[in-house]
Every structure is written in C-alpha cells, then in structure tokens.
Design a protein around this ligand. Structure first.
Ligand SMILES: Cc1cc2nc3c(=O)[nH]c(=O)nc-3n(C[C@H](O)[C@H](O)[C@H](O)COP(=O)(O)OP(=O)(O)OC[C@H]3O[C@@H](n4cnc5c(N)ncnc54)[C@H](O)[C@@H]3O)c2cc1C
Length: 421
C-alpha cells in the first residue's frame, strides 16, 4: 500500500460496517481480525451438514440500521411465527401474537397465563411503543426492565414470571431483567413492528454480505493485535503496522485492554448454546419455546430447521437450546442437566438426539443496565487518530453494532476531510 491505511481492529458487524463505509469512499483500509474468519459474534459453522450459528440468535427485521445496511432479499430471510410456545406445569401452551393472529387469541396461553388485565396491559404497551418514535422512547425515564414491567406497566407476577421474564432473559442474557427499560422499549417495538428472522443459510450470511465490497487485500484474518501505541499497531508475532488512524472495533473488554483502561469496560452477559441433531423435530411450529417454570437450566429452545430447512440435512432436524450464563468447566454436567430437562419436556425421543456441538460465549453481550445511556452515546473518537465502535457504544444488538460502525466511519470521514460535518 502506498499510503498509510486506516487500521480497523476487529471484523465483527461494527468493524465490517465501518470498513465498508470507508471503502465506499475510497479510503485505504486494513482490517485486522484475530479469528480465522470474519463475523465476530455472528458466524455460522457447517458441522456434518448442519448450520450452527455461534449461539442462537435472530435478526429483527425492523432494526432501522439492518434495513439500511443489509440486503434482505439476498439473505432470503425466513421468519419465525409471531408468539411463543410456553412450557409450564408439565404442558406446552401457545402464546400467539393476538395482533397478527387474531383468530388464535382464544386458543392461546392468554387463557392460561395472566388474564384479561394482562392482555390489556400488553395491548397498551404495544400501542405505546408503536405510536411513539424511537427517539421519544429513548427520551422516556429509565429504570430496570423489571421495574418498568411491574411498576409502570403493572403486569401481574404470573405474566412476568411465566412469559415476559423467560422471553427477555433470552434477549438480554440475564434473568433479573436489570437491563435498561429504554433498551427494552426499543426491542419490544422491534418485535411489535417486524419479524424475528433467520437468513436461509445462517446468521453468518449477514456478515459475509457486508464483506463482499471489501477487497481481499484489505483484510487479514488470524491476525491478533497485541497492543497499540499511538498510530502504531503491534500484531502478535512482532509485526508493527504504521496507520493513518486506528479504529478499535473489538468487544468492550478488549477495547479496555488495548487502551490500557482509557475507556469503561462493560460487564459481560454470557450464554451457552447446545445444538442437537434429531430424526424428528420435537415441535412442528416455527415458534420459540420458552421455559415458563423457571426451573432447570433451559431458558429457551428453537428448531432452526423448522424456520429454514437448510439448517439441517434432509430428513433431520436441528434443535438449539439456550442457557443463560456459562460454566465451560462444568460443560458435561450441564449437558446432562439439559438433556434431563429435554426428556422431561419431549419424552424418550430425546435419547436419540445427538449433541452436535456446544458454544460457551462468555462475552455474548455487554451489560446495559438502567441509566447506561444517560449521557448519550459515547464519542467514537477517543483521541487524535484513535476511534472506536462496537455494540457496547450503542445498543447490545445487531442494530447497535451496525449503527456504531457507520457513525465511526462518518466521524473519520469528516476528520479525513472527505465529508463535511
Ligand atoms: C449468542 C448470541 C446471541 C445474540 N442474539 C442476538 C439477537 O437475537 N439479536 C441481536 O440484535 N443481537 C444479538 N446478539 C448480539 C449481537 O450479535 C452483537 O451485539 C454484535 O454481533 C456485536 O458486534 P460487534 O462488531 O460489536 O462485536 P464482535 O462481533 O464481538 O466483533 C469484535 C471482533 O473483534 C475481534 N477481536 C477482538 N480482539 C481482537 C484483537 N486483539 N485483534 C484483532 N481482532 C480482535 C473479535 O475476534 C471479533 O471478530 C447476540 C449475541 C450472541 C453472542
């Protein structure tokens, strides 16, 4: 390269979004990624013909930044049915989305969980988040999600414990619902106005799509950055790259390490995902299954091959089981506990399920508790020539990572004199 490149460290959604914006403006870029492929927390592994996302996750089609940056048609999105199946008191009950499936309302778990009053509260919450703008929702007072649901919305304990807690524990990767109610309202709005979807070929298809416009010589994989010193980037093994500017597009805790504590490091929310191959799917619906009993390790379960058949070889089903938190060193015992619970739910068929692979993800999400955004989004510029982006800078989501990457690219383009502020 004849000119010093902008070095972007980390090829997750934020780093890819930032890189693509800069490349489109003709900026010389060098993207350095520690892992053997791009994607960060959004990757899909092919294992014996099964597509295993690195931890169960979905794309909420209403995310404004995903709509802006991704080509949904090319991703061939396959939608979950709105609503959920809830395991409670030894049976499975359906909580249909009454607004999109009005005919199913009387056959649903509304008769079993909560009651008329909770139905009205849900209607009111849905009306509130869909009528307001995203900006106004963020401007509302913050509290924990739990306090918002209990005190502000008035939901019954039954409704929270058997439906709302497992649902949002699976989104925030924490059972206390201590996450900011501002973030909750944003996510609830996304569920209300869009679909939860999987790309036909796995979540990793999203990051592959972002990579398409990035020339191969601008991206180096299996290249871990050891340290940065001003604009000098030291790679493990000793090589030093002289950059025109540096963008840290790594997870919050890693940005904290690379800046020697210059930024606040968010706490980590963890999850473990178990994948099973089965001759038959345990449910026929394209619905999420929630554990409404709050007992046993499983929080939620899904059958990705019901949503997109390409997740499993013909004649087989792929089942994903999500547990909140991770205990990598107790993996064997945890898998036995998970299997016991699955047997309890689905009977002896489970004995024929093959455990394909498990993902223990320590930093699945940055913690975003109440008041985390009281001062607004942090400045993408840390110092002259040093920038950052990542989900921890916006919201702990696909939307937040993509948005943060774009904002940082825009700030850099202004500083490079390519764009006006
Ligand atoms: C299991 C799971 C489920 C999720 N579910 C959802 C969901 O349903 N909906 C939703 O919106 N969001 C979900 N998320 C969150 C979403 O995936 C993340 O918010 C987003 O992918 C974060 O992107 P990022 O670019 O900020 O970080 P990352 O994807 O973590 O990217 C950081 C990159 O930096 C690289 N890196 C780190 N250190 C170095 C170094 N020293 N040198 C070079 N490279 C380095 C890493 O290898 C990584 O590739 C989920 C996340 C997980 C893990």
């Amino acid at each position: 390269m004849s000119v010093k490149p902008v070095v972007i460290i980390g090829a997750g959604l934020a780093g890819l979004s930032c890189t693509r914006h800069l490349v489109r403006q003709g900026v010389e870029v060098l993207l350095l990624e520690a892992q053997d492929d791009v994607g960060g927390r959004v990757r899909t592994d092919l294992v014996d013909g099964f597509r295993l996302d690195r931890g169960f996750q979905v794309l909420q089609t209403a995310y404004p930044e995903a709509k802006r940056q991704l080509d949904y048609t090319a991703l061939q999105l396959r939608n979950f049915e709105p609503g959920a199946l809830i395991r409670t008191n030894g049976k499975t009950v359906k909580m249909a989305d009454p607004w999109r499936r009005p005919t199913e309302i009387f056959s649903t778990a509304f008769n079993e969980i909560g009651g008329i009053a909770d139905r009205l509260r849900l209607a009111r919450l849905r009306w509130h988040v869909t009528q307001s703008t995203i900006e106004n929702l963020w401007a509302e007072p913050d509290s924990t999600t739990f306090d918002y649901l209990r005190k502000t919305c008035g939901f019954s304990t039954d409704m929270i414990e058997r439906f709302l807690r497992p649902w949002f524990a699976g989104v925030f990767f924490e059972r206390d619902l201590a996450t900011s109610s501002r973030f909750f309202r944003f996510i609830f709005r996304m569920f209300a106005v869009g679909d939860a979807a999987l790309p036909a070929d796995g979540m990793g298809a999203m990051t592959k799509q972002l990579t398409k416009e990035i020339p191969g010589n601008m991206c180096r994989l299996s290249t871990r950055v050891e340290s940065i010193d001003g604009r000098f980037v030291r790679i493990e093994g000793g090589e030093v790259v002289d950059a025109s500017a540096v963008v840290l597009a790594v997870e919050g805790p890693e940005a904290f390490r690379l800046t020697s504590g210059q930024i606040h490091s968010p706490d980590s929310r963890s999850t473990t995902c178990f994948y099973y191959a089965a001759p038959q799917p345990p449910i026929t619906e394209s619905l999420l299954v929630l554990n409404g009993d709050q007992s046993g390790p499983i929080n939620n379960l899904s059958v990705p091959s019901n949503i997109s058949p390409s997740y499993a070889p013909k004649g087989q089903a792929l089942i994903s089981v999500s547990v909140i938190g991770t205990k990598e060193n107790e993996s064997k015992e945890l898998e036995l506990e998970v299997r016991r619970q699955l047997r309890d739910w689905f009977g002896s068929d489970v004995d024929r399920w093959l455990n394909l692979r498990n993902y223990h993800i320590r930093h699945a999400l940055p913690a975003q508790p109440a008041h985390f955004r009281d001062g607004g989004s942090p400045n993408p510029k840390l110092a002259k020539g040093l920038y950052r982006c990542g989900d921890y800078c916006e919201t702990a989501s696909i939307h937040g990572a993509l948005l943060s990457g774009r904002h940082t690219a825009e700030a850099l383009l202004v500083d490079l004199g390519i764009r006006e502020s």
